[in-house]
Design a protein around this ligand. Structure first.
Ligand SMILES: C=C1C[C@]23C[C@@]1(O)CC[C@H]2[C@@]12CC[C@H](O)[C@@](C)(C(=O)O1)[C@H]2[C@@H]3C(=O)O
Ligand SMILES: O=C(O)CCC(=O)C(=O)O
Ligand SMILES: [Fe+2]
Length: 358
């Protein structure tokens, strides 16, 4: 009797410990993949995969958006730099971007509080008033360690953010402030990039609506088996453009001239990257570049991203002929990505839509 009481007490303690843990249960859920390490399969695969260890650190092209408020020649120079970085790097960073440090700081603080909640609460949270499926972690489709992302995220459409304001909390209020200001910046950048291609229009304002644009709050827990697993596996973004704010930990890497390079963190700057849809629309002029996050062995890391996406029925076609890509709707693109991820464990992306040359 004494024994069984002890046992149930222990079990209860274990359950409450598990319930209280904020970290997703990576090891338990992906036990099979972790067995790869024990039998030595993972390391040899990793070596073949891509060189994870030798990466140079770089500073992304830095653009001061204050210039957009300057004289005609300053405005022109700023726009030229934005277009040039989008063509050559697919990535750049901006300062004096109009989103106050106060909003960025508040956003990060609220995000940290949110992720501190016990795992089961994040999975089932009713108080947050986000749609089902907003909370994501790991990679359900992973068949090997290289396809597993050691991270958790809240992936929230702008419409959910506006709705959450009906049950005001500091989190919903801060997200609304963040989303409104960052969304405005995204639209301004999209307009500049389209004007540089000769298009003066409200195109992006008309097609990118709050239902399909979203804010993604990422948390990368410290990962004891880094670098055998990524914080976020290599991918390109399925949008027009992404605006990212990362903390001082570092870990974001991108492909430049065929090599992986790591981005030097600058918490005052916002990182902008071109997504697949801008590459298709610009007929390959602006580049959607592969990037990934390397998990940190000792420290957790946070980032917040805004994705500028069109409504699902929008047809994406290139702004000049002959087009490198077939026309596709955003819905078709998303479906193809999901199909590929399910089938192969990774996203194929734009190459699926190339016009065949024979
Ligand atoms: C398995 C995958 C889903 C994803 C593309 C990827 O191959 C790797 C990362 C995933 C991610 C993360 C950020 C964005 O939410 C997302 C839309 C993206 O561009 O890369 C998703 C992809 C997805 O669900 O399409
Ligand atoms: O966290 C980062 O630095 C990158 C996040 C990212 O690439 C994404 O959410 O698509
Ligand atoms: Fe990304």
């Amino acid at each position: 009797m004494v024994k069984s009481t002890n046992f149930s007490q222990q079990a209860n303690q274990k359950i409450s410990r598990e319930e209280e843990s904020a970290d997703p249960p990576f090891e338990e859920t992906y036990k099979k993949l972790f067995d790869e390490i024990r039998i030595g399969k993972a390391t040899s695969k990793m070596r073949n995969y891509q060189n994870l260890f030798v990466v140079e650190e770089c500073e992304l092209p830095l653009i001061d958006l204050e210039l957009l408020k300057g004289r005609e020649f300053e405005r022109e120079e700023c726009k030229r730099m934005i277009a040039q970085a989008s063509q050559e790097w697919g990535f750049f960073q901006v300062v004096n971007h109009g989103i106050s440090q106060d909003v960025l700081l508040k956003m990060r603080k609220e995000q940290m509080k949110l992720f501190k909640k016990p795992f089961h609460e994040k999975m089932n949270d009713k108080q947050l008033n986000f749609s089902a499926g907003s909370y994501r972690w790991g990679t359900p489709s992973a068949t090997c360690l290289q396809q597993l992302s050691w991270s958790e995220a809240f992936h929230v459409p702008l419409t959910d953010i506006s709705n959450s304001i009906h049950h005001p909390t500091t989190l919903s209020f801060t997200m609304e402030q963040f989303a409104t200001t960052v969304s405005e910046l995204a639209h301004n950048l999209a307009r500049i990039l389209s004007e540089r291609m000769g298009y003066k229009s409200k195109y992006f304002r008309e097609i990118c609506l709050p239902q399909t644009c979203y804010v993604r709050m990422n948390r990368y827990p410290a990962c004891p088996i880094s670098p055998q697993v990524f914080g976020l596996m290599p991918h390109t973004d399925s949008d027009f453009l992404t605006i990212l704010h990362q903390d001082e930990i570092g870990g974001l890497q991108l492909v430049r001239d065929g090599k992986w390079i790591s981005v030097k963190p600058n918490p005052e700057a916002l990182i902008i990257n071109i997504g697949d849809l801008f590459q298709a629309w610009s007929n390959g002029v602006y580049k959607s570049v592969e990037h990934r996050v390397v998990a940190n062995k000792a420290k957790e890391r946070f980032s917040t991203a805004f994705f500028l996406c069109p409504s699902y029925d929008t047809e994406i076609r290139s702004c000049f002929e002959p087009s490198v890509y077939k026309r596709f709707t955003f819905r078709e693109f998303r479906q193809q990505v999901q199909e590929d991820v399910k089938k192969y464990g990774y996203k194929v992306g734009l190459p699926r839509f190339l016009v065949s040359t024979h």
